[in-house]
Design a protein around this ligand. Structure first.
Ligand code: DC
Length: 225
């Protein structure tokens, strides 16, 4: 391929971004950049250190922490100061706090710096809330994935059930609604569809159909490069 390709996917929680991005990365040999995992990692450590409500402390944490992502066999392994926190960043406690932490401009600034650096290294498929608008506004292909709130809540509930975590459908749905609201209304880098992004509602399609659709779009883009 003649140049480094960046595919950027934004959308609300449970819209299938991770599944789609992982499948694309594996199929095309691209690096998968899970930007949500980074916000989750900072949130997890802030909660564990008991500083999650202390904004200056969270900022210095974000500025000093050594954060690494390693994508292997379909899983993004997350390391903070060389400690693996892959499982710990996906708990209900982190879900409940992560949007608050993600609102802090200085935290975003630090993480966006890392994301841009990783994006410069090779072919990348990135997913998050602002990868089409702020992190990679020059991406070769921008997708805004979405699905109905009930579909998204059912997907998240299934993920919890697969991990034997007991939580009600109502609680999962309420967390998604709260996060959607905070993520879309924050002042800095809110979740929104970029003007030049392709919007795709996958409420009624399988992950396989989702993947096929995206792959077709990507192949069109690659053939023009
Ligand atoms: O994609 P996710 O559910 O793992 O993301 C967790 C949270 O991180 C999400 O609710 C908002 C925040 N986030 C963000 O603000 N910007 C991103 N690019 C990715 C995630």
């Amino acid at each position: 391929m003649p140049k480094k390709i960046i595919i950027a996917i934004d959308g609300p929680a449970g819209s299938g971004k991770s599944t789609a991005a992982k499948n694309i990365a594996q199929k095309l040999g691209f690096t998968y950049l899970d930007t949500g995992a980074m916000y989750r990692a900072i949130t997890f450590i802030a909660l564990r250190n008991g500083i999650s409500d202390n904004i200056p402390a969270v900022i210095s944490l974000a500025q000093s922490i050594d954060l690494k992502l390693k994508f292997e066999n379909g899983i993004t392994h997350v390391f903070l100061n060389n400690e693996e926190v892959t499982e710990q960043i996906r708990t209900a406690e982190v879900n409940a706090k992560v949007s608050e932490i993600s609102k802090i401009p200085e935290v975003r600034e630090e993480l966006v710096k890392i994301q841009k650096r990783l994006g410069a290294e090779g072919h990348v498929v990135a997913e998050g809330r602002d990868v089409t608008t702020v992190v990679f506004p020059y991406a070769d292909l921008k997708i805004y994935l979405t699905a109905s709130i009930d579909t998204r809540a059912r997907r998240r509930l299934k993920e919890f059930e697969e991990k034997n975590i007991r939580i009600s459908f109502e609680d999962v749905k309420a967390n998604l609604e709260t996060r959607d609201k905070i993520d879309s209304s924050r002042e800095v880098s809110p979740l929104k569809k970029a003007d030049d992004a392709i919007e795709y509602d996958n409420s009624d399609v399988t992950p396989e159909q989702d993947f096929e659709y995206l792959l077709k779009k990507i192949k069109q883009v690659l053939s023009q490069k």
